[in-house]
Design a binder for this molecule. Structure first.
Ligand SMILES: NC(=O)c1ccc[n+]([C@@H]2O[C@H](COP(=O)([O-])OP(=O)(O)OC[C@H]3O[C@@H](n4cnc5c(N)ncnc54)[C@H](O)[C@@H]3O)[C@@H](O)[C@H]2O)c1
Length: 405
């Protein structure tokens, strides 16, 4: 049994009732020395989540942090000290954060429109890079990132971690590994959720900073559609708009211009048809994935009503009618893991990143998969604006993507 397979009981080891257990008596509570040191760039909402999750997983330690806003650093360092017992190094520039010889990997957690510039500096370090989603706000910037990543001595992992949410892990296993549904023909995915949260500088209220809602938020779902379709997207048609949220929001004289609802249809070149529904003025969170194949149907869902629930309610059903048994399974990650961020998806994304550092192959999102998620998202955003279906070949031609696809 290697150290990563050792049984862990995080719930007990973190419990106040177990603090009297001395290091000499610790076996299942014993913490291995972390193998890697991380630098975190951008210590806002998700940067702090990565600091917390990395510390909880324990395979890497957060060595240093950098943010362009002092208040974000103060809050992140204060919070980190409270649970980790030690302050990380506070870098005073991006270059210092990227080139600290103590760190093995960099987590880029800054707003979408800054990713390309931060990534270019980070990539000079030769260190492993975790780059938050969407990897860029434009197809051209995403292409540039793929080009750099293709020649990179180390690796780049993109933060499309919804593939690690419990219902989608199970769905991937059933559909793509067990082939429980036979050939896939139709996929429909939906997300109902409350509005975007406040952000530093409110970058997520403006398409020029976020890439638009379908890029910023929905790249996660287009990544999932691409995975389940197992083919290249061919044509995208979308209808959407700003019906409810931030209609009176003005910053620096500019009105918020981000969509809060949409229907998107994607045709794949293997005949699979997919759809995505977005609604961002719902009272709580609900996601559903329905995959229909020649031999059955799968329904995976995740519901989180933060007014009532402690952890997400997740399930997957595999329906076979008369041909085989139908199964309905409730799913839950361990409570501490569920509550550490994005219902455990971030935790398992870190497991993949650490495995990658250990030299193992993983199923985490690659820069090319990140680019494909943006291609579908950008096509959908363009379709909303133009009212026309967008042919992906046209888009590939316009952006000369042939060199990287
Ligand atoms: N994978 C996910 O599920 C997920 C969830 C949330 C956010 N994100 C992504 O993470 C990124 C950050 O989002 P957030 O919610 O943490 O935003 P945030 O506004 O809460 O935090 C961003 C932080 O980056 C800092 N920053 C801005 N420009 C910078 C620069 N050039 N250099 C260093 N620091 C800079 C800001 O001061 C702020 O503290 C975005 O790309 C977002 O899309 C991903």
């Amino acid at each position: 049994m290697n150290s990563n397979d050792k049984p862990r009981l995080r719930f007990f080891e973190n419990s106040p009732s177990q603090r009297h257990i001395q290091p000499s008596d610790q076996y299942i509570y014993a913490h291995e020395e972390p193998s890697y040191a991380l630098g975190v760039i951008g210590t806002g909402t998700i940067g702090q989540e990565h600091m917390r999750v990395a510390t909880m997983l324990g395979r890497a330690r957060v060595h240093g942090v950098y943010d362009s806003q002092a208040e974000s650093l103060d809050v992140a360092i204060g919070g980190f000290e409270a649970y980790a017992g030690k302050a990380p190094v506070r870098y005073d520039s991006l270059e210092a954060a990227c080139n600290d010889p103590e760190t093995d990997a960099l987590f880029v957690c800054t707003p979408n429109y800054t990713h390309i510039d931060v990534f270019e500096v980070a990539a000079k370090s030769g260190k492993a890079i975790f780059l938050e989603k969407p990897m860029a706000t434009t197809i051209d910037d995403a292409k540039r990132i793929v080009e750099v990543a293709n020649d990179y001595a180390s690796f780049v992992q993109v933060g499309l971690q919804y593939r690690y949410k419990a219902p989608y892990v199970e769905a991937r296993h059933e559909v793509l590994e067990r082939h429980s549904l036979g050939d896939v023909r139709m996929i429909s995915m939906s997300e109902y959720r409350p509005p975007f949260l406040d952000k530093v500088g409110q970058w997520n209220k403006f398409a020029r900073y976020s890439g638009g809602t379908l890029v910023e938020k929905c790249c996660h779902y287009f990544d999932l559609l691409n995975l389940f379709a197992g083919a290249r997207p061919e044509r995208v048609f979308a209808s959407g708009g700003q019906a409810v949220n931030f209609r009176d929001f003005v910053k620096d004289g500019k009105n918020a211009d981000i969509d809060d609802h949409a229907f998107v249809i994607v045709d794949y070149n293997n005949g699979v048809r997919a759809s995505f529904t977005l609604n961002m003025f719902a009272p709580h969170f609900y996601e559903e994935l329905v995959v229909s194949g020649v031999g059955g149907r799968l329904v995976a869902s995740e519901s989180f009503n933060f007014y009532e629930d402690e952890i997400a309610r997740s399930s997957v059903a595999i329906e076979h009618g008369e041909s085989a048994a139908t199964r309905r399974i409730d799913l839950a990650y361990a409570k501490d893991i569920d509550q550490s961020g994005h219902h455990g998806a971030t935790f398992y994304e870190h497991v993949a990143f650490m495995d990658h550092l250990d030299g193992k192959s993983t199923d985490a999102a690659t820069p090319l998969q990140g680019l494909w998620s943006i291609v579908v998202a950008a096509a959908a955003q363009e379709s909303v604006d133009s009212g026309q279906a967008i042919r992906i070949d046209d888009l590939i031609g316009r952006h000369s993507l042939d060199t990287v696809l």
